[in-house]
Design a protein around this ligand. Sequence first.
Ligand code: NAD
Length: 260
Amino acid sequence: MKLKDKVAFVTGAASGIGRKIAETFAREGARVVIADLNQEAALETAAQLCAAGHDALGVAVDVSSEAQVDAAVGRAVAHFGGLDVLVSNAGIQIVKPVDAFGFDEWKRMLSIHLDGAFLTTRAALRHMYASGRGGSVIYMGSVHSKEASLLKAPYVTAKHGLIGLAKVVAKEGAPHGVRANVICPGFVRTPLVDKQIPEQARTLGISEDDVVRKVMLKETVDGEFTTLEDVAEVALMFAAFPSNALTGQSMVVSHGWFMQ
Ligand code: NAD
């Protein structure tokens, strides 16, 4: 078991990628906090993990709220007696051309993706530094941390920004044994992507099948979606890596869509 008795706080863990990461970490012995805006789904996910013999806690949190994040992380630390891994994963998508974006939509995107990453990082670091146990901070970036696509200005901006945050946390966290890294997945079939397919088809004036084949998977080496398992295995590697040798990095897992 690679994460035996570690405590992992995973945001957006009631669905998609976050949920798979929480399940994978639990399988590897971690006690997991299912932190999500969707309270009902967070509690249900935690209950299912507990029913399967794991140790999990569901907490409702809006990652863009300073008070809610501090309270949720504090509750997790009190419940499990510490915090070793943060996965800052919660996210949404809004697609439209720059000239059509509302300022409120722009701010909402940056607030969830960037304020959420900052707030959860700050709360986690305070506990990690105080405990002296070190830790691992993992950000859910995207190929869009490296590359641009049509219709995704705030998403691409925010995902690029996460790499900057991770590099600073890697430098500041090193003396405390805290590592920070970014996972950059290609397209994964989750509710976030399923919602985009008809939206992009409408905006680009093409069929949904063409959105998948000619937009989303066009640049991959094999026309395949990245899977939840692929992303969760990279998260496990970052979480379990034993030293500061692997810090400040971003790893692209995208079927070759983007090659470093
Ligand atoms: P998803 O929609 O399946 O899950 C996202 C979860 O985040 C949901 O449970 C939702 O309730 C939660 N959430 C949304 N806003 C929140 C908030 N303010 N506070 C707390 N929780 C909130 O999406 P997913 O595809 O699993 O995406 C997870 C992350 O992976 C996102 O950051 C996304 O940008 C990133 N990502 C996804 C893909 C993909 O193709 N699916 C690719 C690259 C990166």
